[in-house]
Write a protein that binds this ligand. Structure first.
Ligand code: AMP
Ligand code: MG
Length: 423
């Protein structure tokens, strides 16, 4: 991992704007994942580590786009129908044996290679076939353009084209495209090895059962799922007590086997917040108070050479800060070229007031009105601990730093959860 320099991260102001935090990430960090070769079947969601150039045309040969009859355009007559003897049959995967004679029609099927010579294809349903003593004759209507229904070699991919670049995340269509040029293995970045801890004396795993004054660990499970959605290989390292030595020991042990350590809780400035000190003792800590809501305290640093991300304890804050800072951090370390998340303009169905200088996200559900408009409805709760509000939402409406009021009926950027929890 590149050094996260203190001077680079020192921030004069009280609260750091999100864009500044993201720019600093981009300047200071680089990919840490290794490279491995995987079969196409294993490639879904992985990040490509090579540029892929095609060594062939796709499709490899001119071919028919329909089931029908291939003819020489020059054998047709303007304005009148033409009758041609059917001289051959060309199915997909079975090129015509030998030359295609002039003055004949060739029955051809979708995807079958064009014979050499004929240049135009009639659709089967536009033709009639008559049986004669000498075999089949096809009656071709007038008016078809030269070259109709013919697909050209290389119209999808030309030999030599770079079809995919390193850093591209492999969706089903990329996997299909790689297969279409004959690749069965791809070089991808290794999965980022992420270790996840929760912190807090009050936090218990659901499998431990309830105890007086305690809560169950929501964050570790949500954060592990978020990381897995981004393609990480996740190690569950359980719950740490509010104890500096225990936290130090656990982080030091985990670091050599991982590329990223993620904790939640314990990063505020309170007496029981020991994560900051532990990381400082093991490496460097850059504690950010971001100008965002929900979220605010987030810790970024390194334990030895290994990246460290300290999320806030409140479950909604932990998830939202992960989405806006953790996601680009993970993608960057994983080798992804595109760290952005698309915002889509939607009509909002609520009024909103906020402080200037802070970026805020309202949890919203998209609803379709009776007259067919898609409207973002705000969840009634905006508490940072109200996880049900995330479940009842489809995503976040983003209110930038300059916005102070938003009125019902206005358009605002909508960040769908499925855009930020993996693509
Ligand atoms: P902290 O940042 O550690 O002070 O935590 C802030 C709030 O989040 C407190 O109410 C904690 O009990 C709660 N919290 C911390 N960690 C978790 C967790 N893993 N799951 C659910 N709530 C948590
Ligand atoms: Mg705590």
């Amino acid at each position: 991992m590149a050094q996260l320099k203190d001077d680079c991260f020192a921030f004069g102001g009280d609260l750091m704007p999100l864009d500044e935090a993201l720019a600093r990430l981009g300047e200071s960090l680089k990919v840490v994942a290794g490279v491995e070769t995987v079969a196409l079947r294993e490639a879904q969601g992985r990040i490509l580590a090579e540029d892929i150039a095609s060594d062939r045309n796709v499709p490899p040969h001119d071919n028919s786009a329909v089931d029908g009859f291939a003819v020489y355009f020059d054998d047709l007559a303007a304005g009148t129908e033409v009758r041609l003897a059917v001289a051959g049959r060309i199915a997909a995967g079975h090129p015509l044996d030998g030359p295609a004679e002039r003055g004949r029609a060739f029955r051809i099927f979708t995807g079958a290679p064009m014979p050499s010579g004929p240049d135009t294809i009639f659709m089967e349903e536009d033709c009639t076939v008559e049986q004669t003593g000498d075999g089949e004759v096809v009656v071709l209507p007038p008016g078809l353009k030269q070259g109709s229904n013919r697909r050209f070699a290389g119209e999808d991919v030309r030999a030599g084209d770079v079809i995919l670049r390193a850093g591209h995340r492999l969706r089903p269509q990329e996997i299909g495209l790689a297969a279409s040029v004959g690749r069965d293995h791809l070089q991808v970045y290794t999965r980022l090895r992420a270790a996840v801890f929760s912190t807090g004396d009050e936090v218990r795993d659901p499998n431990q059962g309830a105890a007086e004054g305690c809560i169950f660990d929501a964050n570790r499970y949500a954060v592990m799922a978020l990381l897995e959605g981004l393609g990480c290989a996740v190690t569950d390292l359980g719950i740490l007590p509010d104890d500096a030595d225990a936290i130090t020991k656990a982080l030091a042990e985990a670091a050599p086997r991982h590329d990223l350590l993620v904790t939640s809780g314990g990063v505020s400035a309170g007496e029981e917040d020991h994560v900051k000190g532990a990381v400082e003792g093991l490496g460097q800590m850059h504690f950010w108070r971001l100008a965002i809501k929900p979220g605010r305290p987030i810790a970024l640093g390194q334990v030895g050479d290994v990246a460290f991300l300290g999320l806030p304890g409140n479950p909604v804050a932990a998830m939202v800060t992960f989405m806006v800072i953790g996601r680009p951090l993970v993608l960057l370390l994983s080798g992804a070229a595109d760290l952005s998340a698309h915002r889509f303009p939607v009509e909002v169905g609520f009024d909103y007031k906020k402080k200037k200088g802070r970026r805020e996200w309202a949890r919203v559900k998209l609803e379709t009105t009776d007259d067919g408009r898609l409207v973002a409805m705000k969840h009634h709760s905006s508490g940072a601990g109200i996880l049900t509000s995330m479940v009842e939402a489809d995503g976040l409406v983003e209110l930038d730093e300059d916005t102070v009021t938003l009125e019902k009926g206005a358009m605002a950027p909508f960040l769908p959860f499925n855009e930020i929890t993996g693509r």
